[in-house]
Design a protein around this ligand. Structure first.
Ligand code: TA6
Length: 313
């Protein structure tokens, strides 16, 4: 029998939106919609869904799909004339048939290259020319890798600055059973307290109410431990110094029409980001921001999780 091969297929998704499905031979898969350039599914070898997408997500432009990994560009948050989290997640991306060469290090063969270029409409609110290339790749072991390459293609000498986040919604069994390791003792802005500056306490972060924090100058490896599932997500990042942690909890959950009232219990956003220090590119310059997600069985030792092994192993 012919050996199974990884596949990359263009399919019709919800509401007839185009999506690309990546499949690895051991069974893991990823789905990315051309609308928003947004990953909406990442499954392990057993077909278990590792990302959260709301059951009430609209999958209907111009609203961003609620879940998966929305791309926040050219702005994280709300300020000035741009909509919340910028426009990249509300635009139609196209498949990039002729991407500039990628460093040979990316061994995986199961990937798709997408590209977003400015529209006349967007030029009115963000008057810059750019090329935003996104590679979504599925590693042979089922890891999910996103690489963004953003180039300033202004024909005049104008530089531009932007902020950025991979707004990743992880699927968890029960938010009260989740801990985050790697952000202890760091400084953060608290979005719930007028973006005031605080310092995180020394223990792993646990969740008992709404959280909306932007951690600054964070390590390039963060562990999200789901006790009940005995699963640890390891988020590795490069070029993205900050990390946002968000759970809307009950009140905010009820206030979002595209989010189920109880769904806050089954998700956590941990977002590799560049927020505190906007990225500035002169014409011709390119920025690269990578995020890699792995889901590993949580190692137990003496009844406690051994995050050290995960973070420093
Ligand atoms: O990443 C956290 C956050 O900035 C929260 O403040 C909340 O607004 C969330 O993003 C969702 O934003 P959205 O525009 O997708 O509803």
């Amino acid at each position: 029998m012919a050996e199974a091969k990884p596949t990359v297929e263009l399919r019709k998704g919800i509401n007839g939106l185009d999506k690309v499905v990546l499949r690895e031979v051991k069974g893991s898969s990823v789905e990315v919609y051309l609308y928003g350039g947004q990953v909406t599914s990442w499954k392990n070898n057993h077909g278990e869904e590792l990302l959260f997408v709301s059951s009430k997500a609209l999958f209907k432009p111009p609203k961003a799909i609620r879940g998966g990994i929305p791309i926040c560009f050219p702005q994280f948050g709300t300020h000035g004339t741009l909509e919340q989290h910028g426009f990249a997640r509300n635009r139609n991306w196209s498949i990039d048939d002729n991407p500039p060469p990628f460093p040979a290090s990316t061994s995986t063969k199961t990937f798709v290259d997408l590209i977003l270029k400015p529209s006349e409409e967007d030029f009115k609110t963000w008057p810059h020319s750019y090329e935003f290339r996104l590679r979504v790749a599925l590693g042979p072991g089922g890891d999910l890798m996103l690489t963004s390459r953003i180039r300033n293609t202004n024909s005049d000498a104008r530089p531009f600055s932007f902020t950025f986040a991979y707004h990743t919604y992880l699927s968890v069994s029960d938010i009260s059973e989740v801990r985050v390791e790697g952000l202890e003792t760091l400084d953060y802005f608290d979005n719930l307290k007028g973006k005031e500056h605080f310092t995180e306490q020394g223990d792993a972060i646990i969740f008992e109410s709404e959280v909306d924090k932007i951690y600054l100058s964070t390590p390039n490896k963060i562990a999200i431990i789901d006790h009940e599932k005995k699963r640890t997500f390891v988020l590795r990042k490069d070029g993205l110094p900050d990390a946002v942690v968000w759970n809307p909890w009950d009140k905010k959950a009820k206030a979002m029409p595209d989010f189920g009232d109880e769904e806050f219990k089954y998700m956590l956003c941990v977002e590799a980001a560049a927020i505190q220090k906007p990225i500035t590119l002169r014409p011709g310059e390119e920025w690269k921001g990578r995020q890699e997600l792995a889901a590993v069985p949580s190692s137990y030792c003496s009844g406690q999780l051994d995050p050290e092994k995960v973070l420093h192993g």
